[in-house]
Unconditional design. Structure first.
Length: 382
């Protein structure tokens, strides 16, 4: 099959979950003999490679503004792809559905990975939230098939838009500590810090994590990796709330350093409450971290019995962190279950196989979208 990957920043993956998915799935499908073309944004890559891990790369311009970055590049990618002989157009992010419509009008095969419930994010105003809601509905008509990354997202589309989708989550690599010197360079010691890696936005709750941490009686530190490219009131609140034991290194894109931070942390705090299967949570589990996650259905689906959950308040999180401190000798079984769950349910090999099966089903017209009542049978076993 000839497959176009559209709607992400591109590969090599450096920026987020979609990009990692494209790289891991695309490279595996290329190794199986499929021709994979990834559309990349000019503004994110100084070096324009012709190929990467068996995938062909095409670079097109993008408008580097928050509201136009994705749509501008996707629109140009759609125009380019429309005159090529791709069998499948795999589009990431339901927000792209408006500019993807021409492909469907030309009779092309289109699959859209919906992403999470983006309209719930606080960074969007009324116009932005309405746009995302309209895009969700439009995606149900534009795509031959939708992909949901969790059962809860699939249920949402069934209940809200009467449209079924194929449940395919993300994957993660099981990894172990190799370079303790990397965290020593940051003034950290193994098992002597709590960790959270996230964008500094209200729905990810890094401010709540700081407030909970300050209630603890511990000599450990809190490391908050991430930030926000825009100066927001919420970012200012985080900087004001942080104390001497809170380490704020900013965004880190060094994969080796991130691996060591994950593998050597005492416990990981997962505060993301919006979206489906979160790639950072998967990688946390794959790194053998003891994880304390905010209690929302998406996180329950992924973490299951491999960690603890907290309610959205600093007392609840502080209680979970205190329990971990007081029961440090009882944490290894949680860590072991988390790694095994990734091995059996969230490997990239499984994810790539599910995408390949879906592409073949769409090619042969074996799946549809709009339904009269909820459907539970699904190629991905959702």
């Amino acid at each position: 099959m000839k497959i176009a990957m559209i709607g992400t920043r591109g590969v090599p993956a450096k920026y987020g979950g979609f990009e990692t998915c494209v790289e891991e799935v695309g490279s595996r499908l290329a190794a199986k003999g499929h021709q994979i073309t990834v559309y990349c944004r000019n503004g994110y890559y100084q070096e324009h490679l012709k190929s990467h891990r068996g995938m062909l790369l095409r670079y097109l311009p993008n408008i580097s503004k928050k509201t136009l970055d994705t749509l501008s590049h996707t629109f140009l990618s759609v125009l380019d792809a429309a005159v090529r002989d791709f069998d499948i157009h795999m589009v990431f992010n339901a927000a792209n559905s408006a500019v993807v419509a021409p492909l469907r009008l030309l009779g092309k095969k289109v699959i859209i990975n919906t992403d999470g419930l983006e309209w719930k994010r606080s960074k969007w105003g009324l116009a932005g939230r309405n746009y995302y809601k309209i895009s969700e509905k439009l995606a149900c008509f534009v795509a031959n098939r939708l992909v949901s990354d969790s059962d809860r997202i699939r249920d949402y589309y069934l209940e809200t838009h009467r449209t079924d989708s194929t449940r395919i989550a993300y994957g993660a690599y099981i990894q172990a500590c190799e370079r303790p010197d990397r965290i020593l360079e940051m003034g950290l010691k193994p098992s002597e810090y709590f960790l959270q890696i996230t964008r500094f936005e209200p729905e990810n709750n890094p401010l709540l994590t700081i407030k909970a941490f300050k209630k603890l009686k511990t000599g450990k530190k809190l490391v908050l990796v991430g930030g926000n490219p825009y100066e927001t009131p919420y970012l200012k609140s985080i900087l004001a709330e942080a104390c001497d034991d809170v380490v704020l290194p900013g965004f880190i894109y060094d994969e080796e350093l991130l691996r060591e931070l994950w593998c050597f942390c005492f416990a990981y705090i997962h505060g993301n409450e919006v979206g489906g299967t979160n790639p950072a949570l998967l990688q946390t589990m794959a790194s053998g971290c003891f994880t304390i996650a905010i209690d929302v259905p998406f996180n329950r689906e992924v973490l299951d019995d491999c960690g603890l959950f907290f309610s959205k308040n600093d007392d609840s999180l502080a209680s979970g962190m205190t329990w971990a401190l007081e029961n440090s000798s009882r944490l290894d079984p949680y860590r072991q279950r988390a790694v095994e769950r990734i091995r059996t349910a969230y490997s990239w090999e499984q994810v790539a196989d599910l995408y390949e099966a879906l592409f073949q089903d769409v090619m042969q017209g074996r799946v549809s979208g709009r339904v009269g009542k909820p459907l539970r049978a699904d190629p991905a076993g959702g």
